[in-house]
Design a protein around this ligand. Structure first.
Ligand SMILES: Nc1ncnc2c1ncn2[C@@H]1O[C@H](COP(=O)(O)OP(=O)(O)OP(=O)(O)O)[C@@H](O)[C@H]1O
Length: 311
């Protein structure tokens, strides 16, 4: 296994950031940690990259223990932290040279690995990192994290705050790196990115809700989801929440996603109820769940609440 976590628990004073986290990442896997802000993703990354001690539990990365063999881990991993990690006053080229030098290598030695990515920012190699666009900063940070040819790559929310086109490009790059055999642990709050990973862990309030391939997670979900639409979406949410035996109601793009608490759901009865409440252009259809639906459902059913997160 490339990464193993066993019962990792970490608190900051009264807040339990992560509790009893266990999972494994196989060699060559692109593994996603999917969860909202504050779920505990950065805490796990900092523990695995040896920047933070865990309170309880054990972990290994590339076969090395995160406490006893931290020096080996630091040589073997690439880490792209969530916050921009480069030297703003150094140019693109200087940043890359700097990271290569501290790892005892040169840009030329591992150029093949970063070529695809670096070529896109090379025209700006004399520009200071602080003056790059979000997408370009992200490509430079990834090049710097890769320059010493790490065995395991840690990417903490690499696409947060990046425009949709750059997000797509970034995931294409990750897939290509993955094909070269680099094990990658990537975190994201964007549920649509989950489908691009080999396996994912859904994480909420420091707990794992589910671990599997995105397709298995979707296939195993048993609740039928309905797209509901009417002209007044705000009122629609309120009225659906008052509909007897509703199970869940939440806004989802142009629709409201609705689930019923039993098998006796009749769309025509709901339509009638909504029309009696004054809704026009009511539309109801069954739809397949996405990772976001499943995440919302698991966080409710596992009853993980903020107050439960205190020690
Ligand atoms: N240094 C700290 N001191 C106190 N609490 C902290 C500290 N770092 C993180 N926390 C808390 O621990 C919990 C997990 O935070 P963490 O940063 O690991 O989550 P995250 O999923 O990476 O979210 P984000 O994207 O917001 O960083 C949150 O409740 C956070 O407020």
């Amino acid at each position: 296994m490339s990464i193993i976590l066993e019962n990792i628990t970490k608190s900051y004073k009264k807040v339990t950031a992560v509790k009893d986290i266990s999972f494994e990442v196989k060699p060559g896997e692109l593994f996603g940690l999917i969860g909202p802000d504050g779920a505990g993703k950065t805490t796990l990354f900092r523990i695995l990259t040896t920047l933070l001690f865990t309170d309880r539990g054990e972990a290994t990365v590339a076969g090395y223990d995160v406490v006893k063999e931290y020096k080996e881990i630091r040589k073997s991993v690439g880490y792209m932290p969530g916050k921009f990690s480069l030297y703003q006053d150094l140019t693109v080229e200087e940043n890359l040279k700097f990271f290569a030098t501290i790892f005892g290598t040169t840009i030329e030695e591992n150029y093949d690995l970063i070529k695809d990515i670096y070529l896109q920012i090379e025209p700006f190699k004399k520009r200071r990192a602080g003056k790059l666009s979000g997408g370009m900063k992200q490509k430079l940070a990834l090049s710097c994290a890769l320059i010493h040819k790490p065995k395991v790559l840690f990417l903490d929310e690499p696409t947060t705050g990046v425009d949709p086109v750059s997000r797509k490009e970034f995931w294409d790059m990750l897939k290509r790196l993955n094909n070269k055999g680099i094990t990658t642990l990537v975190s994201t709050p964007y549920m649509d990115e989950a489908a691009l990973c080999d396996r994912i862990a859904l994480i909420q309030a420091g707990r794992i809700l589910k671990i599997d391939t995105p397709s298995n997670i979707i296939e195993e979900h048993e609740k039928q989801i309905y797209n509901v639409e009417s002209k007044d979406m705000y009122k629609l949410i309120q009225d659906l929440k008052e509909y007897p035996e509703n199970d869940s109601v939440f806004a989802f793009g142009e629709f409201v996603h609705y689930t019923h608490s039993n098998d006796e759901f009749a769309p025509e009865e709901l339509k009638k109820y909504l029309e009696e409440k004054g809704h026009v252009k009511v539309f109801i259809e069954a739809t397949s769940p996405g990772i976001e639906d499943i995440f919302m459902d698991l966080s409710r059913t596992k009853d993980i609440k903020a107050k439960d997160n205190e020690v």
